[in-house]
Design a protein around this ligand. Sequence first.
Ligand code: 26V
Length: 800
Amino acid sequence: MNALAPQPVTQDVFRSEILRHLTFTVGKDAAHASVHDWRMALSHALRDRIVAPWFSATRRTWAEDRKRVYYLSMEFLIGRILEDASINVGLREIAGAALADLGQDFASVAGTEPDAALGNGGLGRLAACYMESMATLGCPAYGYGIRYEHGLFRQEFNGGHQVEFAEDWLSQKHPWEFERPECAYDIGFKGQVEVKGGRSVWHPGESVRASAFDTPVVGWAGRWANTLRLWAAQPTQHFDLKRFNRGEYTAAAEPETLARTISRVLYPEDTTHEGKELRLKQEFFLTSAAIQDILRRYLDTHSDLRALPSKVAIQMNDTHPALAGPELIRLLTDAHGLPFEEAIEIARSCLGYTNHTLLPEALERWSTWLMGNVLPRHMQIIERIDEDHLASHPKRKHYVGIVKHHEVRMGELAFIMSHRVNGVSALHSDLVKERLFPELHALHPDRIINQTNGVTPRRWLRMANPALSSLVTNTIGSGWEDHLDRLRELEPHVEDRGFRDAFAAAKRANKAATSNWVAETTGVRVDPGALFDVQIKRLHEYKRQLLNILQTISEWHEIRENPQADFVPRVKIFGGKAAPGYVVAKEIIHLINDVAEVINNDPAVGDRLKVVYPANYNVSMAERLIPASDLSEQISTAGKEASGTGNMKLALNGALTIGTLDGANVEIRDHVGAENFFLFGLTAHEAVERRNDPEHSRHAIEACEALQVVLQLLAEGRFSPDQTDRYLGIVDRVWHHDYFLVASDFAAYRDAQRRVDDAYRDPDGWARMAALNTARMGFFSSDRAVRGYMKEIWKTTSAL
Ligand code: 26V
C-alpha cells in the first residue's frame, strides 16, 4: 500500500488532524486559538488530503511520459481556496462537522481567508476556471504566473469617489503554497549581444532570480491535481554587507528592493496598454522563467529537442506572455545550437495564443527602442521572425507585420508564432478574423479557431449556490458537477409546479441572505421580494454601466411622476472597480453612488426602487451576489465584449439576461432560447454603421423623450446638489462623444426593461424561464471549453 495514501477520513479522524495542525503547525492550544489559527489548522489538514492525488498525478505523468500543457498567464484570479478545495476532495461536510465539534463554524472560519486576487477580471478568472477544469479532466498541466505581493487594489468609496488601497493578501501566511527555493532561474535584462563562433551570446546588464512557489490545484472528486507555479522575484546579488557596515543601510538593501519590484504588484489596468518598462520586465520575467522550467523538465528525460512539441503545449493567455516565442527560439538556438529555421518551427508547434480583446487601446505594442534596450537579443529575434514570415509570404501587404512604425506589435508576434489562435466566443472569433487579423487570416486560413469560454460549475454552482445545488441533486441525482450537460435532465421537471416553486424558493432564500448582507455592508435595507437587477464587472465605457444608471434615473422619474402606478419593485445592484487612471470610469462610479444617495432617501419612492453599490467587488462578492440575482445585465456595445463569463455564471444560477448580441450572449441566447432572454440593441455590424452618422446621438436623443428628461435632470444637478455642474461632462459626452452608443440603444434598453417588469409580474412564469436557463446552460462549463482546447490546440488526452 502507498504509505502516502491517507486514511479514509471520518469526522473524528479529520477532527484530530485539525487539532494536530493547530498544535504542531500553528503552535496554538485550542483554548487560545483565534479564527485565523483555526483557518490555518483546517487549511493544512485539507492540504494534506490534496497531496496524495497531487503526487500520484505527478508520478503518473512522469511514468507515462505524458504531454503536458503549460498555461502562461500574467493573471490568475483565484479567490478563496479553502471551501472550493474541501468540496473537490469531498470533505466539505466532514470538515464542517469536525469544526462544529471543535466549537467553530465552517463559514466563519473560511470567511476569513483573503481572496487571492492575482488578476483584474475576466481573463484572470478564466485562467483560474481552466486550471480547475484541467485538474478535473486529468489533463496534465502547469499554470505559470507571477506571485504578486499585492493583488488587485482594494476599493473604498469616499463621498462616492473610488479610492484605492494596496491589497495585502500575503500579510498572513498563505497556507496553500509550497516554496521551492531549489527551483529558480536567472532572468536577464538589458546589456549587449556578442557574436562568438557563429552564435549569439547575450550578456545581460541586469538580472533577477525567479523563484518558484507551487500551489496544488485539485479537480472534482480529488481524482487529479496539477500545479500552479507562481514566480517570485529575488535579487541575484547578495546583501551588500560591506556597504551595510559602512553605515549605508538603505544602499545595502538596494539590489533587493530593485529585484523585488518586479513581482511587487499586479498592474490594475485591464484595457489600456501603457508602454511601461516595469510591465515589459514583468512579462519577460514570467515568460523566461516558464520557458526555462519547461525546457529543464523536458531535458530531464529527453534529449531530442526536435520532439519537443510531442510533449509540450504552451498556451499564451493573451499577448502578455508573447515573448514565449522569441525566448524559446533564443534558448533553442543560442543555448542548444539548433538552426533558426528549425527553432521557429518547433516553437510554433508548441505555442497557442488566445485573444481576449479587440479594443485597440488594449493591444500591446512596445516601442522598438524599449524592446531593444530591455531585451536586445529578443529584439533581434523578433526582427528575424518577421523577415522569415515575409520571406515565406512575399505577397504580404506592406502594412502587415510584427515590427511597424518603430513598434513591436505583440498580437502579430503571437499570431505568427502560434500554430493556433483562438477567440473566446463564436462572434468574437469571427471578429478576430474580420477586424483584427484579416490579412494574416487570409495567409493562414486554418489558424484562427473558436473556443467559447466556460466557467467551473464546482465553484460557480455547487459551492456558491448550495440551495440550488441541493435542488438539482435532489431532482436529477448527483454527477452533474462534472457532466454539466446533465442539467438538461431538469427540463421535464420544469413543467412541474412543485419544482418551479422549489426553484423560486431557493432563489428567494439566497436573496433574503443577500438582503441582510447588503444592509450590513451598505446600510441600505432592500426588500428580498423585489427584482434583483445585477451588473457586476469591471467599470468600462464599453460595458455601459452608464446606460444602466441612466435607465435607473428614468425609472425613478416615472415613479415620482406616477406615484399611484403599479411598479415592479427593483433593487439595482452594481459591483466593480475602475482602473485607477481611468477618469471617465471613475466619474461613472461617482454618478452611480450619487444617484443611489438620492433615490434611496426619496420617501416618494420607498421600496419600489433601491440602488446599491457595495465597494470592493471581487470573486467572493461574486459568489455571494450571483446566486441572489434575478436579472443579469450584459449590455455592452455590440462588438466590444469578447465573451463575458459573468454572463454564464448568472444564467447558470437562474438569472435571466437582459443583453445585447455581444460576446457569448449570442450563444447563451441560442442555448436558453430567445423566449427566455431579454434581447435589445444594435448588432455589431449595425453599431459600426450607426457611427457613420456623425449626429447619431443627437438623433437618438431627439427621438426619445425619456432620455431627454434624464439628461436634463443630470444637467440640472439633481444628483449632485452640492455641485450642480458635476455631471455636465457626462451629459456632454452622451450628446457629442457617444462612441459606445448609449443614446442610440437607450430607448430599446428601456423597452426591454419594460418587458422584464411584465415578466416578473408573473412569478410562476418567471420561475419557469429562470429554471430553463439553469437547465440549458450546461454547454458553458469550463470542462467543455478545456476539452476543446485539448483536442483542437494542445493535441493531448486525459490521463484518467
Ligand atoms: C489587458 C491589458 C492591456 C495591457 C495592459 C494590461 C492588461 C491587462 C489585462 C488585459 C486583459 C484584458 C482582456 C480581458 O480581460 N478580456 C476579457 O477576457 C474575458 C475572458 O476571455 C472575456 O470574457 C471578456 O469579454 C474580456 O473582456
